[in-house]
Ligand binder design. Sequence first.
Ligand code: GDP
Ligand code: IMO
Ligand code: MG
Length: 459
Amino acid sequence: MPGTCVIGLQWGDEAKGKLVDILTENHEIVVRYQGGANAGHTVVAGNQTWKLSLIPSGILRDGVVCVVTGGVALDPASVIKEIDGLESRGVRIGSKLQISDRAHVVFPWHVAEDRLLDVSLSGGEAIGTTGRGIGPCYRDKVGRSLAIRLGDLYRTDFRSKLDHIVAIKKRMLANWQAGSGDAPGVLPNADPIALDAALIHSQYMLHAERLRPYVSDTTTYLLDSIEANKRLLFEGAQGALLDIDHGTFPFVTSSNSSGVGVASGSGVPGRWIDHVIGVVKAYSTRVGGGPLPTEQINAAGERLRERGREYGTVTMRPRRCGWFDAVAARYTARLSGVDELAVMLLDVLSGFDELHICAAYGIDGNRVEHFPSHIEDLQKAVPIYETLPGWQEDVSAVRSYDALPTEAKHYLARIGELLGRPVGIVSVGPDREQTIFCEHTASKQRQWPRHRLSTPATA
Ligand code: GDP
Ligand code: IMO
Ligand code: MG
Protein backbone atom coordinates (compact mmCIF):
# COMPACT_ATOMS: atom_id res chain seq x y z
CA MET A 1 0.00 0.00 0.00
CA PRO A 2 1.52 3.26 -1.12
CA GLY A 3 1.19 6.42 0.94
CA THR A 4 2.75 7.90 4.07
CA CYS A 5 2.24 11.54 4.84
CA VAL A 6 4.20 13.90 7.09
CA ILE A 7 2.20 16.92 8.31
CA GLY A 8 3.29 19.69 10.67
CA LEU A 9 0.61 20.17 13.33
CA GLN A 10 1.67 23.59 14.59
CA TRP A 11 2.71 26.82 12.85
CA GLY A 12 5.49 25.34 10.72
CA ASP A 13 9.15 24.50 11.36
CA GLU A 14 8.27 21.36 13.31
CA ALA A 15 11.31 19.59 11.77
CA LYS A 16 9.36 17.93 8.98
CA GLY A 17 12.45 18.01 6.76
CA LYS A 18 14.46 15.92 9.21
CA LEU A 19 11.72 13.31 9.42
CA VAL A 20 11.10 13.14 5.67
CA ASP A 21 14.81 12.60 5.05
CA ILE A 22 14.78 9.62 7.42
CA LEU A 23 11.54 8.10 6.16
CA THR A 24 12.75 8.40 2.56
CA GLU A 25 14.86 5.30 3.25
CA ASN A 26 11.67 3.27 3.03
CA HIS A 27 9.88 5.01 0.20
CA GLU A 28 10.41 5.26 -3.53
CA ILE A 29 8.87 8.64 -4.30
CA VAL A 30 8.83 11.81 -2.17
CA VAL A 31 6.19 14.40 -3.01
CA ARG A 32 5.94 18.15 -2.22
CA TYR A 33 2.36 19.17 -2.92
CA GLN A 34 1.74 22.72 -1.60
CA GLY A 35 3.48 25.90 -0.50
CA GLY A 36 6.55 27.26 -2.21
CA ALA A 37 9.82 28.95 -1.41
CA ASN A 38 8.27 30.14 1.87
CA ALA A 39 9.25 26.72 3.27
CA GLY A 40 12.66 26.04 4.76
CA HIS A 41 13.34 22.42 5.65
CA THR A 42 16.58 21.47 7.36
CA VAL A 43 18.32 18.11 7.19
CA VAL A 44 21.45 17.42 9.21
CA ALA A 45 23.45 14.37 8.22
CA GLY A 46 26.78 13.86 9.95
CA ASN A 47 28.57 17.18 9.81
CA GLN A 48 26.59 18.45 6.83
CA THR A 49 23.54 20.71 7.01
CA TRP A 50 21.14 21.00 4.08
CA LYS A 51 18.48 23.67 3.69
CA LEU A 52 15.71 22.67 1.31
CA SER A 53 12.85 24.84 0.22
CA LEU A 54 11.01 23.69 -2.92
CA ILE A 55 12.80 20.41 -3.51
CA PRO A 56 11.58 17.52 -1.34
CA SER A 57 13.81 16.57 1.57
CA GLY A 58 14.15 13.09 0.04
CA ILE A 59 16.59 14.41 -2.57
CA LEU A 60 19.63 13.57 -0.45
CA ARG A 61 19.00 9.83 -0.80
CA ASP A 62 19.77 7.76 -3.86
CA GLY A 63 17.19 5.62 -5.59
CA VAL A 64 14.19 7.90 -5.00
CA VAL A 65 12.22 10.18 -7.26
CA CYS A 66 11.34 13.59 -5.85
CA VAL A 67 8.19 15.20 -7.20
CA VAL A 68 7.06 18.82 -6.97
CA THR A 69 3.37 18.78 -7.89
CA GLY A 70 0.93 21.24 -9.39
CA GLY A 71 -0.22 22.40 -5.96
CA VAL A 72 3.10 24.15 -5.38
CA ALA A 73 3.70 27.86 -6.08
CA LEU A 74 6.90 27.55 -8.05
CA ASP A 75 9.54 30.26 -8.19
CA PRO A 76 11.77 29.06 -11.03
CA ALA A 77 14.81 31.06 -9.92
CA SER A 78 14.55 29.59 -6.42
CA VAL A 79 14.32 26.01 -7.59
CA ILE A 80 17.22 26.48 -10.02
CA LYS A 81 19.31 27.96 -7.22
CA GLU A 82 18.46 24.98 -5.08
CA ILE A 83 19.37 22.50 -7.82
CA ASP A 84 22.69 24.27 -8.38
CA GLY A 85 23.40 24.39 -4.66
CA LEU A 86 22.73 20.68 -4.24
CA GLU A 87 24.76 19.71 -7.30
CA SER A 88 27.69 21.85 -6.22
CA ARG A 89 27.76 19.81 -3.01
CA GLY A 90 27.75 16.51 -4.87
CA VAL A 91 24.05 15.62 -4.78
CA ARG A 92 23.12 14.04 -8.09
CA ILE A 93 19.77 15.38 -9.29
CA GLY A 94 19.53 13.96 -12.84
CA SER A 95 16.25 12.17 -13.39
CA LYS A 96 15.53 12.13 -9.65
CA LEU A 97 13.51 15.36 -9.85
CA GLN A 98 10.16 15.92 -11.52
CA ILE A 99 8.28 19.21 -11.49
CA SER A 100 4.66 19.52 -12.53
CA ASP A 101 3.75 21.47 -15.64
CA ARG A 102 0.62 22.46 -13.69
CA ALA A 103 2.57 24.31 -10.96
CA HIS A 104 1.70 28.01 -10.84
CA VAL A 105 4.68 30.24 -11.45
CA VAL A 106 5.80 33.01 -9.10
CA PHE A 107 6.72 36.19 -10.98
CA PRO A 108 8.50 39.32 -9.74
CA TRP A 109 5.17 41.18 -9.44
CA HIS A 110 3.98 38.56 -6.94
CA VAL A 111 6.95 39.30 -4.73
CA ALA A 112 6.34 43.03 -5.13
CA GLU A 113 2.64 42.62 -4.26
CA ASP A 114 3.50 40.48 -1.25
CA ARG A 115 5.81 43.14 0.15
CA LEU A 116 3.48 46.00 -0.71
CA LEU A 117 0.29 44.53 0.69
CA ASP A 118 1.52 42.91 3.87
CA VAL A 119 2.46 46.18 5.51
CA SER A 120 -0.57 45.86 7.70
CA LEU A 121 -3.84 44.07 7.45
CA SER A 122 -6.72 46.55 7.22
CA GLY A 123 -4.77 48.83 9.50
CA GLY A 124 -4.16 45.97 11.96
CA GLU A 125 -1.30 43.58 12.50
CA ALA A 126 0.67 42.48 9.43
CA ILE A 127 0.64 38.77 8.55
CA GLY A 128 4.42 38.96 8.41
CA THR A 129 4.73 36.83 5.28
CA THR A 130 8.02 35.44 4.09
CA GLY A 131 7.86 37.90 1.19
CA ARG A 132 8.27 35.15 -1.40
CA GLY A 133 5.17 36.06 -3.43
CA ILE A 134 3.25 33.00 -2.30
CA GLY A 135 -0.08 34.63 -1.42
CA PRO A 136 -0.25 36.74 -4.62
CA CYS A 137 0.67 33.73 -6.78
CA TYR A 138 -2.12 31.64 -5.24
CA ARG A 139 -4.48 34.60 -5.51
CA ASP A 140 -3.84 34.71 -9.26
CA LYS A 141 -4.27 30.96 -9.50
CA VAL A 142 -7.72 31.15 -7.94
CA GLY A 143 -8.56 34.28 -9.97
CA ARG A 144 -7.43 32.40 -13.13
CA SER A 145 -7.16 35.23 -15.65
CA LEU A 146 -3.75 36.53 -14.48
CA ALA A 147 -2.15 33.16 -13.80
CA ILE A 148 0.70 31.42 -15.62
CA ARG A 149 1.54 27.77 -15.04
CA LEU A 150 4.93 26.21 -15.61
CA GLY A 151 3.75 24.43 -18.76
CA ASP A 152 2.72 27.81 -20.22
CA LEU A 153 6.37 28.90 -20.41
CA TYR A 154 6.89 26.37 -23.22
CA ARG A 155 3.99 27.55 -25.33
CA THR A 156 4.17 30.00 -28.21
CA ASP A 157 1.63 32.40 -26.72
CA PHE A 158 3.68 32.87 -23.51
CA ARG A 159 4.99 36.27 -24.62
CA SER A 160 1.57 37.68 -25.51
CA LYS A 161 0.08 36.33 -22.28
CA LEU A 162 2.90 37.93 -20.34
CA ASP A 163 2.45 41.31 -22.06
CA HIS A 164 -1.25 41.24 -21.27
CA ILE A 165 -0.72 40.40 -17.61
CA VAL A 166 2.14 42.87 -17.10
CA ALA A 167 -0.01 45.70 -18.49
CA ILE A 168 -2.74 44.90 -15.96
CA LYS A 169 -0.30 44.37 -13.08
CA LYS A 170 1.32 47.73 -13.79
CA ARG A 171 -1.98 49.49 -13.26
CA MET A 172 -2.86 47.45 -10.18
CA LEU A 173 0.52 47.92 -8.55
CA ALA A 174 0.55 51.65 -9.25
CA ASN A 175 -2.87 51.97 -7.64
CA TRP A 176 -1.91 49.91 -4.64
CA GLN A 177 1.27 51.82 -4.20
CA ALA A 178 -0.51 55.14 -4.43
CA GLY A 179 -2.85 53.97 -1.68
CA SER A 180 -0.08 52.70 0.55
CA GLY A 181 1.38 55.67 2.34
CA ASP A 182 3.36 53.29 4.55
CA ALA A 183 5.36 51.69 1.80
CA PRO A 184 6.62 54.35 -0.55
CA GLY A 185 9.02 53.21 -3.22
CA VAL A 186 8.25 49.52 -3.08
CA LEU A 187 7.51 49.84 -6.79
CA PRO A 188 8.73 50.56 -9.32
CA ASN A 189 12.02 51.98 -8.01
CA ALA A 190 12.91 49.15 -5.71
CA ASP A 191 12.30 46.45 -8.28
CA PRO A 192 11.99 47.70 -11.87
CA ILE A 193 11.98 44.18 -13.29
CA ALA A 194 8.61 43.56 -11.65
CA LEU A 195 7.01 45.52 -14.46
CA ASP A 196 9.29 45.01 -17.44
CA ALA A 197 7.73 42.39 -19.73
CA ALA A 198 10.72 42.08 -22.07
CA LEU A 199 13.17 41.53 -19.24
CA ILE A 200 10.89 39.05 -17.50
CA HIS A 201 10.33 37.20 -20.75
CA SER A 202 14.01 36.72 -21.45
CA GLN A 203 14.70 35.74 -17.87
CA TYR A 204 11.85 33.23 -17.66
CA MET A 205 12.75 31.71 -21.03
CA LEU A 206 16.18 30.97 -19.60
CA HIS A 207 14.57 29.47 -16.51
CA ALA A 208 12.28 27.37 -18.68
CA GLU A 209 15.20 25.95 -20.66
CA ARG A 210 17.06 25.16 -17.49
CA LEU A 211 14.06 23.36 -15.98
CA ARG A 212 12.95 21.58 -19.16
CA PRO A 213 14.48 18.19 -18.23
CA TYR A 214 12.47 18.09 -15.02
CA VAL A 215 9.06 19.29 -16.21
CA SER A 216 6.34 16.67 -16.66
CA ASP A 217 2.75 15.73 -15.93
CA THR A 218 3.34 14.62 -12.36
CA THR A 219 -0.33 13.87 -11.70
CA THR A 220 -0.30 11.06 -14.24
CA TYR A 221 3.11 9.93 -13.02
CA LEU A 222 1.88 9.65 -9.43
CA LEU A 223 -1.35 7.90 -10.38
CA ASP A 224 0.65 5.41 -12.46
CA SER A 225 3.05 4.93 -9.57
CA ILE A 226 0.24 4.09 -7.19
CA GLU A 227 -1.13 1.51 -9.56
CA ALA A 228 2.39 0.08 -9.79
CA ASN A 229 2.35 -0.21 -5.98
CA LYS A 230 5.20 2.24 -5.39
CA ARG A 231 5.60 3.62 -1.89
CA LEU A 232 4.96 7.34 -1.75
CA LEU A 233 5.97 9.77 0.97
CA PHE A 234 4.17 13.12 1.05
CA GLU A 235 6.06 16.04 2.59
CA GLY A 236 3.85 18.78 3.97
CA ALA A 237 5.16 22.31 4.07
CA GLN A 238 4.21 24.89 6.73
CA GLY A 239 1.98 23.62 9.52
CA ALA A 240 -1.71 22.82 9.81
CA LEU A 241 -2.43 25.94 11.88
CA LEU A 242 -1.30 27.98 8.86
CA ASP A 243 -3.86 26.23 6.60
CA ILE A 244 -5.78 28.76 4.49
CA ASP A 245 -9.15 27.17 5.30
CA HIS A 246 -8.63 25.64 8.73
CA GLY A 247 -5.83 27.64 10.33
CA THR A 248 -5.69 30.87 12.30
CA PHE A 249 -7.12 32.93 9.44
CA PRO A 250 -6.09 35.50 8.27
CA PHE A 251 -2.69 34.82 9.85
CA VAL A 252 -2.09 31.81 7.65
CA THR A 253 -0.35 30.89 4.43
CA SER A 254 -2.28 30.66 1.16
CA SER A 255 -2.43 26.89 0.69
CA ASN A 256 -3.94 23.89 2.47
CA SER A 257 -1.04 23.02 4.71
CA SER A 258 -3.00 20.58 6.86
CA GLY A 259 -3.68 17.01 5.80
CA VAL A 260 -6.63 18.12 3.72
CA GLY A 261 -4.25 19.55 1.11
CA VAL A 262 -2.54 16.32 0.14
CA ALA A 263 -5.12 15.13 -2.37
CA SER A 264 -5.86 18.50 -3.98
CA GLY A 265 -2.21 19.49 -4.19
CA SER A 266 -0.87 16.21 -5.57
CA GLY A 267 -3.82 14.74 -7.46
CA VAL A 268 -3.48 11.54 -5.44
CA PRO A 269 -6.82 10.57 -3.85
CA GLY A 270 -6.77 10.54 -0.07
CA ARG A 271 -7.75 6.87 0.04
CA TRP A 272 -4.19 5.98 -1.03
CA ILE A 273 -2.65 7.56 2.01
CA ASP A 274 -2.66 4.91 4.66
CA HIS A 275 -0.39 6.42 7.28
CA VAL A 276 -0.29 10.00 8.52
CA ILE A 277 2.46 11.18 10.84
CA GLY A 278 1.72 14.40 12.71
CA VAL A 279 4.92 16.27 13.53
CA VAL A 280 5.09 18.55 16.55
CA LYS A 281 7.81 20.35 18.37
CA ALA A 282 7.90 19.53 22.07
CA TYR A 283 6.88 23.18 22.57
CA SER A 284 5.34 25.85 20.33
CA THR A 285 6.85 28.34 17.91
CA ARG A 286 5.48 30.75 15.39
CA VAL A 287 7.16 33.20 13.02
CA GLY A 288 5.20 36.19 11.77
CA GLY A 289 1.98 37.74 13.11
CA GLY A 290 -1.15 36.20 14.61
CA PRO A 291 -2.16 34.58 17.88
CA LEU A 292 0.10 32.19 19.75
CA PRO A 293 -1.84 31.54 22.97
CA THR A 294 1.00 29.91 24.90
CA GLU A 295 3.67 32.46 23.89
CA GLN A 296 6.22 33.18 26.61
CA ILE A 297 7.62 36.68 26.35
CA ASN A 298 9.95 36.08 29.25
CA ALA A 299 13.01 34.10 30.30
CA ALA A 300 11.35 30.76 29.47
CA GLY A 301 10.59 31.92 25.93
CA GLU A 302 14.13 33.26 25.53
CA ARG A 303 15.54 30.00 26.74
CA LEU A 304 13.48 27.99 24.26
CA ARG A 305 14.60 30.29 21.45
CA GLU A 306 18.27 30.08 22.30
CA ARG A 307 18.37 26.34 23.04
CA GLY A 308 16.22 25.49 20.03
CA ARG A 309 18.04 27.99 17.78
CA GLU A 310 14.63 29.33 16.89
CA TYR A 311 15.43 31.67 14.04
CA GLY A 312 13.60 31.31 10.71
CA THR A 313 15.26 29.15 8.04
CA VAL A 314 13.95 31.38 5.23
CA THR A 315 13.92 34.88 6.73
CA MET A 316 16.16 34.46 9.81
CA ARG A 317 13.48 36.19 11.90
CA PRO A 318 13.45 35.17 15.57
CA ARG A 319 10.63 32.70 16.14
CA ARG A 320 8.13 33.40 18.89
CA CYS A 321 8.27 30.61 21.46
CA GLY A 322 5.93 29.15 24.07
CA TRP A 323 4.68 26.04 25.83
CA PHE A 324 3.13 23.08 24.05
CA ASP A 325 -0.45 23.81 23.06
CA ALA A 326 -2.40 20.56 23.17
CA VAL A 327 -5.71 22.21 22.28
CA ALA A 328 -4.28 23.45 18.98
CA ALA A 329 -2.38 20.25 18.18
CA ARG A 330 -5.33 18.00 19.07
CA TYR A 331 -7.42 19.98 16.61
CA THR A 332 -4.89 19.68 13.80
CA ALA A 333 -4.18 16.01 14.53
CA ARG A 334 -7.89 15.31 14.02
CA LEU A 335 -8.09 17.57 11.00
CA SER A 336 -5.16 15.82 9.33
CA GLY A 337 -6.25 12.28 10.20
CA VAL A 338 -3.06 11.67 12.13
CA ASP A 339 -2.23 8.07 13.06
CA GLU A 340 0.84 8.76 15.16
CA LEU A 341 2.92 11.61 16.46
CA ALA A 342 6.54 12.53 15.99
CA VAL A 343 7.67 14.77 18.85
CA MET A 344 10.72 16.74 17.81
CA LEU A 345 13.30 18.90 19.64
CA LEU A 346 12.69 17.15 22.96
CA ASP A 347 16.33 17.90 23.89
CA VAL A 348 15.51 21.62 24.00
CA LEU A 349 13.38 21.06 27.11
CA SER A 350 16.23 19.65 29.24
CA GLY A 351 17.03 21.85 32.21
CA PHE A 352 13.58 23.26 32.97
CA ASP A 353 12.41 22.58 36.54
CA GLU A 354 8.82 22.51 35.38
CA LEU A 355 7.12 22.21 32.02
CA HIS A 356 3.67 23.42 31.08
CA ILE A 357 1.22 21.97 28.60
CA CYS A 358 -1.87 23.91 27.62
CA ALA A 359 -4.76 21.44 28.06
CA ALA A 360 -7.65 23.88 27.57
CA TYR A 361 -8.38 27.57 27.05
CA GLY A 362 -10.27 29.93 29.29
CA ILE A 363 -12.42 32.12 27.02
CA ASP A 364 -14.84 34.63 28.55
CA GLY A 365 -14.73 32.72 31.81
CA ASN A 366 -15.52 29.34 30.22
CA ARG A 367 -13.25 26.32 29.92
CA VAL A 368 -12.95 25.54 26.21
CA GLU A 369 -11.32 22.39 24.87
CA HIS A 370 -11.90 22.93 21.16
CA PHE A 371 -9.88 25.23 18.94
CA PRO A 372 -11.81 28.43 18.16
CA SER A 373 -12.66 29.12 14.52
CA HIS A 374 -12.13 32.88 14.82
CA ILE A 375 -8.96 34.56 15.92
CA GLU A 376 -10.90 37.10 18.00
CA ASP A 377 -11.76 34.21 20.33
CA LEU A 378 -8.28 32.76 20.12
CA GLN A 379 -6.82 36.15 21.01
CA LYS A 380 -8.92 36.12 24.18
CA ALA A 381 -7.90 32.57 25.09
CA VAL A 382 -6.05 32.24 28.37
CA PRO A 383 -4.14 28.95 28.45
CA ILE A 384 -5.11 26.54 31.22
CA TYR A 385 -1.90 24.70 31.93
CA GLU A 386 -1.01 21.34 33.36
CA THR A 387 2.35 21.50 35.06
CA LEU A 388 4.71 18.55 34.78
CA PRO A 389 8.13 18.03 36.36
CA GLY A 390 11.04 18.75 34.03
CA TRP A 391 14.32 16.88 33.73
CA GLN A 392 17.90 18.07 33.95
CA GLU A 393 19.66 15.38 31.90
CA ASP A 394 20.92 16.07 28.39
CA VAL A 395 18.94 13.65 26.22
CA SER A 396 20.67 14.34 22.92
CA ALA A 397 22.66 11.08 23.04
CA VAL A 398 19.69 8.91 24.04
CA ARG A 399 18.71 6.40 21.36
CA SER A 400 15.95 4.38 23.01
CA TYR A 401 12.66 5.36 24.56
CA ASP A 402 13.40 3.47 27.75
CA ALA A 403 16.65 5.34 28.28
CA LEU A 404 14.87 8.71 28.40
CA PRO A 405 14.45 10.28 31.85
CA THR A 406 11.19 9.23 33.52
CA GLU A 407 9.94 12.83 33.46
CA ALA A 408 10.55 13.02 29.71
CA LYS A 409 8.57 9.82 29.19
CA HIS A 410 5.73 11.24 31.28
CA TYR A 411 5.80 14.43 29.26
CA LEU A 412 5.61 12.54 25.95
CA ALA A 413 2.91 10.23 27.27
CA ARG A 414 0.82 13.21 28.35
CA ILE A 415 1.11 14.78 24.90
CA GLY A 416 0.01 11.47 23.39
CA GLU A 417 -2.96 11.25 25.77
CA LEU A 418 -4.11 14.81 25.18
CA LEU A 419 -3.87 14.43 21.41
CA GLY A 420 -5.38 10.93 21.42
CA ARG A 421 -2.53 9.54 19.32
CA PRO A 422 0.54 7.45 20.18
CA VAL A 423 3.97 9.07 20.15
CA GLY A 424 5.83 6.86 17.69
CA ILE A 425 8.93 8.94 17.01
CA VAL A 426 11.00 11.19 19.27
CA SER A 427 13.77 13.49 18.07
CA VAL A 428 16.53 14.52 20.45
CA GLY A 429 18.77 16.53 18.13
CA PRO A 430 19.00 17.76 14.54
CA ASP A 431 21.07 14.86 13.21
CA ARG A 432 19.50 11.89 11.43
CA GLU A 433 20.90 9.64 14.11
CA GLN A 434 19.35 11.58 16.98
CA THR A 435 16.01 9.90 16.49
CA ILE A 436 14.10 7.34 18.56
CA PHE A 437 11.54 5.07 16.89
CA CYS A 438 9.27 3.60 19.55
CA GLU A 439 8.30 0.02 18.94
CA HIS A 440 5.41 0.08 21.36
CA THR A 441 3.43 2.15 18.90
CA ALA A 442 4.52 0.45 15.68
CA SER A 443 1.50 -0.07 13.49
CA LYS A 444 1.03 -2.39 10.56
CA GLN A 445 1.24 0.58 8.20
CA ARG A 446 4.75 1.48 9.17
CA GLN A 447 7.26 1.76 6.39
CA TRP A 448 10.58 2.12 8.13
CA PRO A 449 13.39 -0.27 8.90
CA ARG A 450 13.09 -2.58 11.85
CA HIS A 451 16.66 -1.77 12.87
CA ARG A 452 15.57 1.73 13.75
CA LEU A 453 12.95 0.65 16.25
CA SER A 454 13.87 1.14 19.88
CA THR A 455 13.01 -0.79 22.99
CA PRO A 456 9.30 -1.18 23.71
CA ALA A 457 7.89 1.01 26.41
CA THR A 458 4.49 2.00 27.64
CA ALA A 459 3.38 5.48 26.79
P1 GDP B 1 10.73 22.22 8.97
O1 GDP B 1 10.42 23.46 8.24
O2 GDP B 1 9.53 21.62 9.61
O3 GDP B 1 11.47 21.20 8.15
O4 GDP B 1 11.70 22.64 10.16
P2 GDP B 1 12.96 23.65 10.07
O5 GDP B 1 14.07 22.96 9.39
O6 GDP B 1 12.55 24.97 9.55
O7 GDP B 1 13.25 23.87 11.61
C1 GDP B 1 13.60 22.82 12.44
C2 GDP B 1 14.98 23.12 13.06
O8 GDP B 1 15.19 22.24 14.16
C3 GDP B 1 16.13 22.85 12.10
O9 GDP B 1 17.15 23.78 12.37
C4 GDP B 1 16.57 21.45 12.48
O10 GDP B 1 17.94 21.19 12.16
C5 GDP B 1 16.37 21.47 13.95
N1 GDP B 1 16.04 20.17 14.56
C6 GDP B 1 15.36 19.12 14.03
N2 GDP B 1 15.15 18.18 14.97
C7 GDP B 1 15.73 18.62 16.10
C8 GDP B 1 15.84 18.11 17.43
O11 GDP B 1 15.34 17.05 17.77
N3 GDP B 1 16.52 18.88 18.33
C9 GDP B 1 17.07 20.07 18.00
N4 GDP B 1 17.71 20.73 18.96
N5 GDP B 1 16.97 20.60 16.78
C10 GDP B 1 16.31 19.89 15.85
P1 IMO C 1 8.02 25.40 6.78
O1 IMO C 1 7.63 24.50 5.64
C1 IMO C 1 6.95 28.68 9.45
C2 IMO C 1 4.39 31.81 7.82
C3 IMO C 1 4.99 33.18 7.62
C4 IMO C 1 3.75 34.05 7.84
C5 IMO C 1 2.65 33.22 7.20
C6 IMO C 1 2.31 33.62 5.78
O2 IMO C 1 9.48 25.69 6.83
O3 IMO C 1 7.47 24.90 8.06
P2 IMO C 1 3.57 33.33 3.45
O4 IMO C 1 4.92 33.78 3.02
O5 IMO C 1 3.38 31.85 3.38
O6 IMO C 1 2.44 34.06 2.81
O7 IMO C 1 3.51 33.73 5.02
O8 IMO C 1 3.10 31.87 7.21
N1 IMO C 1 5.12 30.71 7.16
C7 IMO C 1 5.87 29.82 7.81
N2 IMO C 1 6.18 29.72 9.11
N3 IMO C 1 7.37 27.73 8.59
C8 IMO C 1 7.04 27.79 7.28
O9 IMO C 1 7.34 26.81 6.41
C9 IMO C 1 6.29 28.89 6.83
N4 IMO C 1 5.81 29.27 5.63
C10 IMO C 1 5.09 30.38 5.85
O10 IMO C 1 5.98 33.45 8.58
O11 IMO C 1 3.46 34.14 9.22
MG1 MG D 1 10.98 25.48 8.20
